[in-house]
Design a protein around this ligand. Structure first.
Ligand code: ATP
Length: 508
């Protein structure tokens, strides 16, 4: 695995996985562009999630809802009121920080002083942040007295009182910018699922339990975007809302925890690298009955959330439904007089309308991308003493499945055969197969090691039965190619007529 974030960032840029957004104008903080190889890996990752969660189950439907949503959706979801992080400003240089990030980045003795001033244990970081948040005046004084330093200037800052900062992007809709003509870019894909609950039920005749899965962009105006693609302002999520009969929710929660850990393992992210955080009651989001955060051990960053699996009770459908009073809701919801739909489904045994409970496994595509890259990243010393970087991605994730390399790029006998092989392999539907004639073979191998191409197929002089230089061609090798294995470096001669089935068997 990768030892540091820097080596990953450097590989991503060098080989065309990820670029800074708007780079030619100086870049835009918190926005990244996925390059030629990044888009392939990302698509493969999403396809793998979709396969496991939609196609391989019989209790799931898919959805692709719009990104800009009615402001009422985000009002009744609770986001207008509560989707905020505490923020503090440094009056000396007008820099703004997310409170918990600012404190976390200080030296241990400084954190200790802040905690002491606030009367909480320094070890209990969530409690410390909560205390700072709950008492803004005292917090500002504690940050100053402890000598909390500014991340930019390195100097002791002059800190304002923490205040909440709403992270939603608001945008004008239509040609007239009056007070009511605005909407929000969704801060999570989940709300599109809740607002379509009735549509999906009515159009598919689903009964409980069943889920709705969605992959798509979400937007959060993070106060301090950082750590490469770990915390960005435009992110992508893979989310499931699994609807079940109240009372069966805890069993389904356990089911999803297990399923999701298994999926991560199948992507090359082992269980041993994921800590399951059973989020303490006092730290739970307002909608949550219980949440497991999966904390992956990122290089340089340490354990950070890669996926949250929440039991959201009947909070969401209960918040978006009309006739809330008649439905016996368990969650505490705000009154809703705007919704025109009753979001219930017949109880499978009694047929009485019920608002189901929801289990939500919610994973970030960008954080998944980073974890998969980190696990695959390998530095090896070869027998000849040379070092190589190889990306040992699971084949289903590899951006390029096979590179077909003509040994001489201006010998038509060779290029014709190589192009025919590329076309045949491409037709297998494995993903991208690349005709690779960009440089010498040593360089090509090095590049394909670094981008994780499982196999390189080389078409040489023997393949086409012509000699090279003083050497006559080896008749035994006619109509065969060399296949090089990324991980073992073994080179095998394979008959062209058997190549497709050979590759298919290996990539299965
Ligand atoms: P954090 O505490 O790290 O800000 P969160 O608890 O706000 O994350 P959720 O609201 O649970 O995150 O979102 C579900 C998933 O979406 C996360 O597990 C993460 O993988 C992803 N995610 C959330 N915010 C970001 C972001 N700013 N950049 C990249 N991925 C994100």
């Amino acid at each position: 695995p990768a030892q540091s974030m820097e080596e990953l960032v450097s590989l991503c840029k060098r080989r065309g996985f990820i670029f800074q957004g708007s780079e030619i104008y100086g870049g835009l903080q918190g926005f990244y562009d996925y390059g030629p190889l990044g888009v392939e890996l990302k698509n493969n990752l999403k396809a793998s999630w979709w396969r496991a969660n939609v196609y391989e189950r019989d209790d799931m439907e898919g959805l692709d809802a719009s990104i800009i949503m009615h402001r009422m959706v985000l009002r009744h979801s609770g986001h207008e009121a509560t989707f905020s992080d505490p923020m503090v400003d440094n009056k000396k240089n007008n820099k703004r920080y997310r409170l918990d990030h600012l404190v976390k980045d200080q030296k241990a003795d400084v954190i200790g002083k802040v905690a002491e001033a606030m009367g909480v244990e320094a070890e209990n970081f969530p409690a410390l942040v909560a205390a700072l948040n709950a008492n803004p005046a005292k917090a500002s004084e504690a940050l100053r007295a402890a000598g909390v330093r500014d991340a930019f200037s390195g100097e002791v800052g002059e800190w304002t009182e923490p205040k909440p900062f709403n992270m939603m992007f608001k945008t004008t809709i239509g040609p007239v910018a009056d007070d009511d003509s605005y909407g929000y870019l969704r801060p999570e894909t989940a709300q599109g699922i809740f607002t379509n609950f009735k549509n999906v039920v009515d159009s598919t005749s689903r009964r409980l339990p069943f889920g709705i899965a969605q992959i798509g962009k979400a937007f959060r105006n993070e106060i301090t975007p950082r750590n490469f693609i770990f915390r960005v302002r435009e992110l992508e999520q893979m989310e499931i809302e699994f609807f079940c009969v109240p009372g069966t929710d805890e069993d389904w929660h356990a089911h999803w925890l297990e399923k999701r850990l298994k999926w991560w393992e199948d992507q090359g992210v082992p269980r041993g690298k994921i800590e399951i955080l059973d989020v303490p009651k006092e730290d739970l989001a307002h909608y949550s009955k219980r949440t497991y955060d999966l904390m992956y051990d990122y290089p340089t960053l340490g354990h950070e959330e890669i996926e949250g699996i929440a039991n959201r009770s009947d909070y969401d459908l209960g918040s978006h439904t009309k006739n809330q009073d008649e439905l016996g809701l368990v969650a505490r919801v705000e009154e809703n007089h705007d919704s025109i739909a009753k979001l219930t489904i017949p109880h499978p045994e009694t047929n009485k309308p019920v608002v189901p409970f929801v289990i939500e496994p919610s994973a970030g595509v960008d954080r998944a991308f980073l974890a998969v890259m980190a696990e695959a990243f390998t530095k090896e010393t070869l027998e000849n003493g040379n070092e190589r970087i190889v990306l040992k991605l699971r084949p289903h994730l590899a951006p390029i499945k096979v590179a077909v390399i003509p040994l001489a790029r201006n010998r038509e006998e060779i290029t014709t055969v190589a192009k025919a092989i590329k076309a045949e392999l491409q037709g297998l539907g494995l993903g991208r197969v690349l005709y690779e004639d960009s440089g010498n073979i040593g360089k090509a191998y090095r590049r394909h090691d670094e981008v994780g191409t499982p196999f390189c197929v080389t078409v040489d002089f023997d393949t086409v039965g012509i000699g090279s230089g003083d050497n006559a061609s080896d008749a035994n090798l006619k109509d065969t190619v060399t296949v090089r294995d990324r991980d073992t470096l073994a080179q095998e001669r394979v008959r062209i007529s058997e190549l497709s089935s050979w590759i298919q068997a290996k990539l299965r």
